[in-house]
Structures are given as structure tokens and as C-alpha cells.
Design a protein around this ligand. Structure first.
Ligand SMILES: [Zn+2]
Length: 504
């Protein structure tokens, strides 16, 4: 595949012909003539792991990330209030950037918001700043004990200060009402348009609660979804079984698979490792036993679902790979079904063999490596050599499908390609374990070829683009030859889906 310029004639949702003309991309169909100067066209970019509604709420909520003091947070909240029911909610404050460098407290919130509950989460999502009204509704006071895995920060007299850490956040958060259907629709559409503006023609929704499926189906029926969404239903607690959904494709929306969790995350030391963490006496925890995963996946496969399992630690990845292998060995499925490892952040060398043997898809979010490297060094020490093993996966015959885990990380795919190619963490100047870097072609394949070939029966891919489904991403850059430093600065000029220009 190489980016192309020239005159592209479309017929319905297919590319009928291409005439190479250097300098620009011209797209012509029955009622469109669109010219993009100094641009290149690519098969539509796909993000294979994200959370659409969560991105919508991130884009819509009060954003405190630019505030430089508690007072500024209040000022900003008064100018840009964001409500869920009667609750004022927001996110993104970071006391490390403030002159005080200390946690805020509830007094200032109580002064401006005496009567409505306020819940503001910190930039990392691991603590929340709340007011007295919110604590009162949750029944949290000086006598409330810290929950397991959480802390209610208290002053000298034992009264809560208004900052809750980790699991203590849930004491208050559980009272915030869910989005109304109309609100949820708005958030989904906002997210989809933003995703399209970054050149994404398709995303995989990596954990969709079946309760919300109907909202997507309705938007799709009304032809409102601007991009294609493949969804994986929340299934750890068999949530999907309470609904009648089976694998199905609607218009732009489809239900493809079931999502499971084998372990937690590296930052909180919840990822299940073979060895103890470098900075703790623990090994993390499996969230599901191998046999349970086997049984749940078996039922899903028999109904025709793809199976996607979150696995971060090398222990969790090993367990999932062996479970998938057992499903094939016992004839419950074959190598043609879609078995995905989500994240696959650490894999021991001896387990890489399963990837090719059982045709396992690794769903990778390269940007995590750029954010996580300093933390990963603390947690893993020498075992970092097994971490974010992109080239090792390809060398062992595995297949990569790229994504970002938006909104936890940016959904800008060019930061992801830059991560694959240069692998320079955000706080560094040099490549981190450079032997795991990918070539530009390999990185592009993971974003705009493999996702179509692996997951998309309806998408016709073609090496020379003739006859290809006309999902196209037009960029201001040729990612194969541009200066390496410019990869992350690339901008999407336009996105076409089924031959139709998407306006953002
Ligand atoms: Zn995710």
C-alpha cells in the first residue's frame, strides 16, 4: 500500500478507477467533485479499541486541565458549567501544576456551590474533589471508614476534606445519575464527528454495555452515525445474556463480539504478572479463571461472536493465549474465528508462538507506550524487555490491529503511528527499546489495512485501490516519506465513508 494522489472516480460506495496525477487528490462521484491540494489518500483509518460515549462525555464535560489554581477551577466552572442531572461534574484538575501543589478542599466549592452536589475528577481519574452536598448525599462523614483500595482524605479533626482517592470515589460517584437517552445520543454523535475529524472512518467500541446498544441502533437507523462502529459487548458478568443481541450488522453500526477482562492495569499493579513487581511484593491478579474464560468464550463463539479479552500482564496474556488455544484444540472454534488480545502489553517470548499458530489478533494501542514508559520501568524493571512487544509480535507471525483506548489516550492516529515508528516516550528524547519499533509500512498496515482485512467482511480491500470500498482518509502528508518528526503533526483533510464526504 502506498498513499496515492490523482483523480479517483467513485461508483456508489466503490472506487471505480484511479488516474495518477501528482499534486492533489480529486474525488469524483455522481454528485461530488472535491479537490484537495497537496494531499494524499489512504484506505480509511480505523481505531480498533476505544470508548465512544466516554469520549463524548470527555469532550462535553467541564474541562479543568488548563486551570492553574483551585480558584481558577471555580471561575472556569462558573463560565462553563456541565451538569448531569443536578450534579455539576468535571474533570482534569491537576494540583501539580498549581503554585500550592497541594490538594484542593471542599470549602471553596461549598462557598460557590452550597446547594448542588459537585464532583470533579483529577486528571488521572484516580481522585475526585467534591463538595459537602455531594458527601452528604453519599452519607460520607467523619465516621465513614476508608473502603478497600480507597481513601477519604480527612483533616486534623477527622472531617473529610473533599478529596477522595481511588475506590473511595465510588462512594460519591454512584449517586451521579446516568445520562438520559437524548444526552447519550448527543455524546455519541459529538464523539463520532470528532473521530472523523481526525481521519478515522471506523472505530471499535471496546466495551459497550448492552443497555446502551439501542441508542446506537436508533442513531444508525436515522442515518446519523457519520462513521462505522463495530462493538464488543460487556460480558465479564454475562451482561450480554440479559439482552437478545446476536452478532449483526445494521447500517454503520454492528455488534461483533464479547469483551472480557483477564486482569487490571500496570499503573495500579493490577496486571497479572509471572514475577513480582519490581516495586512491590505483589504479582497482580487474574480477574477471571482460565476455565471460566473458556466456558464464557465457548458460549460466545457458538453464537458467532468475536472474543476480545483485556490482558496487560505477561501472566494474563499467557493465560488468555492458552485458553484460546484450548478452544481451537477442542474443536469449539477454528483459526478463522476472531480471537483478540486487547492491549497485549507484556508477552513472554515463549508465549509468542501461539499468535501465529492460533491466528490470534493483538489489538495494540501504541500511544500507551509513550505515556507509560517511566511507570513501566518502575513496575517491571528488567522485564520491560517483554513490554509493548510490537516487532516481536510481527516477527512471530502475529497480526496487529492498532487503536488508542480513547478517551484514556488521544484518538489522534498520527500520534499512534509516530509511537509505532519512533517509540519515543513523551518525557524522553530517545527511542525506548528501539528493537520493538515498526517500519512506517507496518504501522500504516495496522491502522488502515489489517483492520479491514481481519474484521470487516463488508469492506472490500484492494492493494491498488481499484474496486475498494470508498472509505478514504485524506491527509496533508505522505506518511511513508515525510520527515519522521512530522508524522505526529499530520492532519486529516477529509474523510469519506462509503463514498460520502463526512462533514465535521
Ligand atoms: Zn479500553
Amino acid at each position: 500500500m502506498k498513499p496515492f494522489q490523482g483523480k479517483i472516480i467513485l461508483k456508489k460506495n466503490r472506487i471505480e478507477s484511479i488516474e495518477w496525477i501528482p499534486g492533489s487528490v480529486i474525488i469524483i462521484n455522481d454528485n461530488t467533485f472535491a479537490e484537495f491540494k497537496n494531499a494524499w489518500a489512504y484506505p480509511g483509518f480505523v481505531d480498533c479499541h476505544g470508548h465512544v460515549a466516554a469520549l463524548g462525555s470527555k469532550l462535553s464535560e467541564l474541562d479543568l486541565s488548563k486551570c492553574r489554581s483551585a480558584e481558577e477551577c471555580i471561575e472556569w466552572s462558573l463560565l462553563n458549567p456541565g451538569f448531569r442531572g443536578i450534579w455539576l461534574t468535571g474533570r482534569g484538575w491537576n494540583e501539580e501544576l498549581w503554585a500550592t501543589q497541594t490538594f484542593p478542599d471542599l470549602n471553596i466549592l461549598d462557598f460557590y456551590y452550597p446547594d448542588i452536589p459537585v464532583y470533579l475528577s483529577r486528571v488521572d481519574g484516580h481522585s475526585a474533589w467534591v463538595n459537602s452536598k455531594a458527601l452528604q448525599l453519599a452519607g460520607v462523614d467523619k465516621f465513614t471508614q476508608d473502603p478497600k483500595g480507597g481513601m477519604i482524605i480527612k483533616d486534623k479533626s477527622g472531617n473529610p476534606t473533599g478529596v477522595l482517592i481511588d475506590n473511595a470515589m465510588d462512594l460519591v460517584k454512584k449517586n451521579i445519575p446516568k445520562y438520559e437517552k437524548e444526552q447519550l445520543s448527543e455524546l455519541i454523535l459529538k464523539a463520532c464527528h470528532n473521530l472523523a475529524s481526525h481521519g478515522l472512518t471506523q472505530v471499535h467500541e471496546a466495551d459497550l454495555h448492552p443497555e446502551n446498544v439501542k441508542v446506537f441502533i436508533e442513531l444508525d437507523r436515522e442515518n446519523k452515525l457519520p462513521i462505522k462502529i463495530k462493538s464488543y459487548l460487556s460480558s465479564q458478568k454475562d451482561e450480554w445474556k440479559n439482552y437478545d443481541y446476536l452478532p449483526s450488522t445494521f447500517n454503520n453500526f454492528s455488534i461483533c463480539g464479547l469483551k472480557f477482562y483477564a486482569d487490571g492495569a500496570l499503573g495500579s499493579r493490577g496486571a497479572a504478572m509471572f514475577d513480582k513487581y519490581n516495586d512491590s511484593d505483589t504479582k497482580g491478579l487474574l480477574l477471571i479463571e482460565p476455565d471460566e474464560l473458556f466456558q464464557k468464550a465457548k458460549i460466545g463463539l457458538e453464537k458467532g461472536f468475536h472474543i476480545a479479552t483485556h490482558a496487560i500482564g505477561d501472566g494474563a496474556n499467557s493465560m488468555v493465549l492458552k485458553t484460546y488455544s484450548r478452544l481451537i484444540k477442542e474443536g469449539i472454534t477454528n483459526k478463522d474465528s476472531i480471537l483478540r488480545l486487547e492491549h497485549a502489553q507484556t508477552i513472554r517470548t515463549e508465549d509468542l508462538k501461539y499468535l501465529e499458530h492460533d491466528n490470534i489478533i493483538t489489538s495494540i494501542q501504541p500511544i500507551h507506550c509513550l505515556s507509560d514508559a517511566p511507570m513501566a520501568e518502575k513496575r517491571l524493571g528488567d522485564n520491560c524487555k517483554y513490554a509493548y512487544p510490537w516487532k516481536s509480535i510481527l516477527n512471530s507471525g502475529g497480526r496487529l490491529a492498532a487503536g488508542s483506548d480513547f478517551p484514556i489516550e488521544s484518538h489522534n492516529p498520527f500520534i499512534g503511528i509516530d509511537a509505532f515508528v519512533r517509540r519515543i516516550p513523551f518525557d524522553r528524547n530517545d527511542s525506548w527499546y528501539p528493537e520493538e519499533r515498526l517500519s512506517r509500512i507496518e504501522a500504516l498496515e495496522a491502522y488502515c489495512i489489517a483492520p479491514h482485512q481481519i474484521f470487516d467482511n463488508d469492506f472490500q480491500y484492494s492493494e491498488n485501490l481499484v474496486d475498494m470500498t470508498a472509505d478514504l482518509t485524506i491527509l496533508n502528508n505522505n506518511l511513508l516519506v515525510c520527515n519522521e518528526n512530522d508524522i505526529a503533526k499530520t492532519k486529516a483533510v477529509a474523510t469519506f465513508i462509503n463514498g460520502k464526504l463526512i462533514d465535521n
